[in-house]
Design a protein around this ligand. Structure first.
Ligand code: DQA
Length: 149
C-alpha cells in the first residue's frame, strides 16, 4: 500500500502568519500543519509534516525519504530559486513529487520566477494560498491510488 507521504517546508515558512501577510495570508504554520494532517487523515494517507531553515537538513530529509515515503509534497521556499543540491536530491526520489508555493512566484520579483525544481517534479501548484497544500494532498492521494491498483 503506497500511502506514506512527507510534506517538506523550507526556510521561513515556520513564520507563516507573521511574515508578509499580503503574500502568504494570515494562516499560522501550526494551523497549516493541522489542516494538512486533517485532510491526509480523511484520505487515509499517513503524513509527516516537516520544516527546516537549513539547506543541508532538507537535502538529508529528501534523501531519507527515498526509503520511508511514497510521495513528497515540497515547498522549498527561497531554496526553490537557488538550490541545486535540493534539486539533485529530489531527482533521486523516483516517486511522485508535488511542488507547492503559497504565492504566485511568476507574478513576483524576477529572481522568484525561476524554480530549479519545476522541471523534475510530477506537478505543481502556486498562487492559491494555503489551499495549495490541500490540493496537493488530494492530487498525491490520487497519484498513489493509481499506483496501488
Ligand atoms: C514561497 C515563495 C518563495 O519565493 C519564498 O521565498 C517563500 C515562499 C511560497 O510559498 O509562495 O518563502 O515558496
Amino acid at each position: 500500500m503506497n500511502n506514506k507521504i512527507i510534506i517538506i517546508n523550507g526556510p521561513n515558512l515556520n513564520l507563516l502568519g507573521e511574515r508578509e501577510q499580503s503574500q502568504y495570508g494570515t494562516i499560522t504554520f501550526e494551523k497549516l500543519k493541522e489542516n494538512c494532517l486533517k485532510k491526509s487523515k480523511e484520505l487515509s494517507l499517513e503524513v509527516e509534516f516537516t520544516q527546516s531553515n537549513v539547506e543541508g537538513e532538507l537535502v538529508n530529509l529528501i534523501q531519507e525519504s527515498r526509503k520511508k515515503f511514497d510521495g513528497i509534497i515540497i515547498n522549498a521556499a527561497a531554496f526553490t530559486h537557488t538550490s541545486v543540491a535540493i534539486r539533485d536530491a529530489l531527482n533521486l526520489f523516483k516517486k511522485p513529487i508535488i511542488e507547492v508555493h503559497i504565492s504566485n512566484i511568476y507574478k513576483r520579483e524576477e529572481f522568484r520566477q525561476k524554480s530549479l525544481i519545476s522541471d523534475i517534479v510530477t506537478g505543481g501548484i502556486f498562487g492559491l494560498g494555503d489551499d495549495g497544500y490541500i490540493l496537493a494532498i488530494i492530487s498525491m492521494q490520487k497519484l498513489l491510488d493509481n499506483e496501488n491498483r
